[in-house]
Design a protein around this ligand. Structure first.
Ligand code: FE2
Length: 339
């Protein structure tokens, strides 16, 4: 198969960046984009149809089915959170009332989790991938709720944090310090036993899944080394993370490796009571991370959250998909299928 035609790729990327929502209802419109950037990796394409993304590849022999869940934004809390109320106050009042995306009925994130668990139980899934903002702050009650509800299922569940899961707003400390502290104190049970919360990989049938914490927008040298090492095996690999990678035409919220990400574009640091983004923008490590990921021929897709609305970009021929917020019951079905 030939490499993806540059002009067509630019056209597709521009079209999709201009309005994914407008394009989606037409159904199976994207059965087009090759994700192979190198002939040494077997032919791979994908399609997007509503909330179902299918990746077809000659690199596997049996199907892999994944439910992608992100941004449930549970606001639950109990007496274990009493002494942290000044830090959880704002987010504990967010997403208290949502609307079920299926019928518009007023609901809340906990009811939506129940709906999602029921849907997952009715499907033949190989994994559930959770990409952060599952809890709106490091709430022990919220973590317990997720463990109890998803614990009803036998399907393996993999989690990586978002920017809210570990964040007590206004608490002293750098973002790296707070992330480390509250993952250890609250979020640890959500991860697979023994997993490094900053980056870990699992193998699901013939596909490698990378879970990478990009919840402070900046990547650490060990995370760059991790992706290089994991991708070097040339196995078909999908990446899961909270904050979307930079994609031309998108807002600065698509922030990892975004050249526009810096202090002057940080509109929320006061509201979120966190350090302002740096004057100089990203580190070289963060740019190198995005390059290493997207230029790997065996990367078959990147699955992200944070934005709360569905979108699809194609960068370096790879699909970068954002799943809508599960606070309204949304999930994405990812099917990786033999060609
Ligand atoms: Fe987020």
């Amino acid at each position: 198969m030939t490499k993806y035609n540059d002009a067509r790729r630019r056209f597709l990327q521009a079209s999709i960046a201009a309005g994914t929502a407008a394009l989606l209802p037409s159904g199976n419109l994207l059965k087009a984009a090759e994700t192979s950037a190198d002939k040494s990796f077997p032919e791979t394409t994908f399609s997007l149809d509503g909330r179902k993304i299918r990746i077809y590849t000659k690199s596997i022999s049996e199907p892999v089915r994944i439910m992608h869940v992100s941004d449930t934004h549970l606001y639950l809390d109990d007496e274990r959170g009493d002494k942290y109320r000044e830090y959880s106050d704002r987010m504990s009042k967010a997403y208290n009332s949502t609307r079920n995306y299926k019928n518009g009925a007023e609901t809340n994130p906990m009811e939506m989790v129940d709906q999602i668990v029921e849907e997952a139980g009715a499907q033949d899934l190989d994994a559930i991938a959770m990409t952060g903002d599952i809890v709106s702050f490091p709430s022990a009650a919220g973590v317990d709720f997720i463990l109890e509800r998803f614990g009803k299922l036998s399907v393996p569940r993999y989690y990586i944090s978002g920017n809210h899961d570990w964040h007590f707003e206004g608490m002293a400390g750098t973002e790296r310090e707070l992330r480390d502290e509250w993952i250890e104190k609250r979020l640890k049970p959500l991860y697979p036993s023994g997993a490094n919360p900053l980056c870990y990989s699992v193998k699901v049938k013939g596909v490698k899944l990378l879970f990478i914490d990009d919840s402070i927008y900046e990547m650490l040298p060990e995370q760059l080394e991790f992706v290089k090492k994991e991708l070097a095996t040339m196995e078909p690999t999908a990446a899961f993370m909270h904050i979307p990678l930079y994609a031309p035409g998108r807002s600065v919220a698509f922030g990892v490796g975004n050249p526009n990400w810096n202090a002057s574009t940080d509109g929320n640091y006061k509201i979120e009571r966190r350090p302002r983004w740096p004057e100089k923008g990203h580190t070289e490590t963060t740019y190198a991370f995005r390059d290493a990921l997207l230029n790997a021929p065996n990367l078959i897709g990147v699955f992200q959250g944070h934005i709360h609305r569905q979108s699809l970009d194609i960068c370096e021929g790879k699909p970068l998909h954002v799943t809508p917020s599960a606070s309204d019951g949304s999930t994405t079905s990812i099917e990786i299928l033999p060609m």
